[in-house]
Design a protein around this ligand. Structure first.
Ligand code: 1OR
Length: 281
């Protein structure tokens, strides 16, 4: 059965969840794919679920200055930015801003809570809006699983001590788990790369080359330990090798910066921590 509501129709799925379908031009579909392609919340979706999301999204044009979400309001949609810019305020304080590919408005939908912040367009902008039911049915499971999985773990990581809970959630969204076998090299001294790793379980050995060109073990890292530069773009300062089976959560520096802004600024909130990390680099 397909009931047509102007361009919208609903198709019941097996779970009883009624899939939403809003017809779109090929250009619009292209626009969505571009916008969500860079967004971590959509990464783990299989093809069918990704299609369900595309089908359900509704395009919105918003004028410069208009408040798309009001703090304290009821959560109805989750938003992904296609074009333009947005600022996010808690009370009078600006706490975040968004550009193309950014997303906001997930919290009220995930926790059935009032909107935690106000989000205002700072240019004439376009958004893709995803309704609450589709968000909860398709996107939320993976998002809350990852946030839960990494929540307590990330609290233990010294580097991230100065983050707000919500910022740790954003990191959790972007983390990917990678496994290494005993003896596997994860980063090589002198290589260029900006992937950052946090140890979930296992041991990693850190080696540096001495004047005679020999590898010398300089450190061993365990759960909560981290390696891979976040602060500078210089080549890898050491080689890191798995000792036994090792599981890491990994994130690129670009992703970190895109999610949370300058790493330096965040680390500076906790200056003791900052100096410890700077000296380690
Ligand atoms: P929402 O549905 O509550 C407002 O609607 C949205 O603003 C919220 O989802 C998030 O997507 C977004 N705390 C809470 N919500 C935030 C925050 C935030 N930043 C962006 N949003 N921060 C914590 C402040 C203690 C700011 C962290 C940088």
């Amino acid at each position: 059965r397909r009931t047509s509501v102007s361009a919208e129709s609903m198709t019941p799925s097996q779970q009883g969840f009624v899939k939403k379908f809003v017809s779109k031009t090929p250009e619009q579909i292209e626009g969505i794919k571009k916008s969500v392609g860079n967004n971590f919340l959509f990464k783990a979706l299989d093809e069918e679920h990704a299609q369900d999301v595309v089908n359900a999204m509704v395009e919105m044009c918003v004028g410069n200055g208009s408040a798309i979400i009001e703090q304290g309001g009821v959560g109805d949609f989750f938003y992904v930015v296609q074009t333009g810019t947005f600022d996010c305020f808690i009370g009078q304080n600006k706490v975040a801003s968004y550009t193309a590919g950014g997303s906001f408005g997930e919290l009220a939908l995930m926790y059935n809570a009032p909107r935690a912040a106000t989000v205002v367009a700072t240019l004439d902008s376009t958004l893709w809006a995803l309704d609450r039911v589709t968000f909860r049915t398709i996107l939320m499971e993976n998002t809350s699983r990852k946030r839960k999985m990494y929540e307590s773990f990330l609290e233990e990581v010294a580097l991230l001590k100065s983050l707000e809970d919500y910022e740790r959630h954003k990191i959790a969204d972007a983390l990917e788990s990678v496994y290494f076998n005993d003896g596997e090299h994860i980063v090589l001294q002198g290589d260029v790369g900006d992937q950052f790793y946090i140890i979930e379980f296992g041991t990693a050995c850190v080696y540096k080359q001495n004047e005679n060109g020999e590898q010398q073990e300089v450190n061993q890292l365990e759960r909560g330990g981290y390696f891979g530069a976040l602060l500078n773009d210089s080549p890898r300062a050491a080689t890191v090798v798995a000792r036994g089976r090792l599981k890491c959560a990994t994130l690129g520096k670009k992703a970190f910066t895109r999610l949370l802004g300058s790493v330096h600024e965040i680390l500076k909130r906790n200056s003791e921590n900052y100096h410890a990390i700077i000296n380690q680099q």
